[in-house]
Design a protein around this ligand. Structure first.
Ligand code: ATP
Length: 310
């Protein structure tokens, strides 16, 4: 019989994401949409510390505004810990300390990163030893973006975004993200997209039956070519996010005028992601956008998925 050494505190870091490409299919009967997306994990990260406790508790702090984050069973990290406990028959609890660096409700998957980090941290804290396959399966039950926060890097997601295959990506991509204080609800953005498509049914192409990531995106990632990626980056949800927040269009223009290769709404927004040619241009862009009064952050990708930090 072997006795596994169990640590008394585990620190896990998980990345936020940018959707470099996002195509959305028609709504299914259950209201959900199939998507095809290219995710990149970026250096806006969530840190989670898990320590033993009798119940399930959480404390949330961060470098971003965290007042909207629930500190009870609605929190995705707590739901992740409870799901794992149930799955392995763990009778105790856990206390999670979360330090958020990913803007809340910004379309960058911060809550999903917390859930991924909680799964990895509790797995180690409780000595469960689940493999990545099982963790990915549990993650998919918690939310469509959780598997990618576990996997990290650059990946293609289909289905609801949770059926993943790694994408080859060379080098590093530099992004400037512009965050907003007022978040957007993901379901609301999808509803706005359906309404837009309904209104413009005669002028625009119908939603794809089987969404696909454009091959130019895959080429650009494989080549590590930011300019080529800028030409092929696209987000179907952008039109909906802009309909709900028209002022975002001006910020997109401002970023592109300030030297971004391209600007796009990240996921369901309202965070905007600007791709820069290299790290130096990203710093210049960040300075210009900050001087114009925006909250701009320079990040880079790809970053690894949720992992234990010594
Ligand atoms: P998604 O695109 O997956 O909906 P997002 O990246 O736009 O997410 P999140 O920051 O993950 O946004 O949070 C969306 C909402 O989920 C928040 O407004 C908050 O009420 C709730 N929430 C639950 N758990 C968390 C968490 N750990 N961190 C942040 N928000 C959380």
């Amino acid at each position: 019989m072997s006795i596994r050494a169990v640590p008394d505190r585990v620190h896990v870091r998980a990345p936020g994401k940018i959707n470099v490409f996002l195509q959305v299919g028609a709504a299914g009967e259950d209201g959900y949409h199939d998507v095809a997306t290219a995710y990149q994990a970026v250096s806006a990260v969530e840190d989670v510390w898990a320590s033993p406790a009798d119940g399930f508790t959480i404390a949330v702090s961060g470098t971003v505004e965290v007042s909207q984050v629930p500190c009870d069973d609605r929190n995705l990290a707590i739901r992740a810990a409870r799901l794992l406990a149930q799955e392995i028959g763990w009778r105790g609890g856990v206390h999670l300390d979360v330090r958020k660096g990913v803007p809340v409700a910004g379309g960058m998957g911060g809550g999903s990163a917390d859930a991924a980090a909680a799964l990895v941290a509790c797995d180690a804290l409780w000595g469960a030893g689940l493999g990545s396959h099982d963790l990915l399966e549990l993650g998919a039950r918690l939310g469509a973006d959780v598997p990618f926060a576990l996997m990290g890097g650059t990946a293609i997601g289909t289905g609801r975004g949770d059926v993943l295959s790694p994408a080859l990506a060379r080098g590093r991509f530099d992004w400037v993200i512009v965050t907003r204080e007022d978040g957007l609800s993901t379901p609301e953005v999808y509803r706005a997209l359906d309404a837009h498509r309904g209104r413009h049914a005669v002028d625009i192409a119908p939603p794809p039956r089987r969404p696909e990531v454009a091959t130019d995106v895959l080429h650009a990632l494989r080549a590590g070519d930011a300019a080529m990626l800028a030409d092929s980056a696209h987000n179907d949800l952008q039109v909906a996010a802009l309909a709900l927040r028209p002022e975002l269009a001006e910020v997109l223009d401002a970023g592109e005028r300030a030297g971004a290769l391209v600007g796009l709404v990240s996921g369901s927004g309202p965070t905007l992601a600007f791709l820069a040619g290299d790290a130096e241009s990203a710093i210049e862009l960040q300075v210009l956008l900050s001087a114009a009064g925006h909250h701009a952050l320079h990040v880079h990708g790809p970053l690894p998925g949720a992992r234990i930090i010594d």
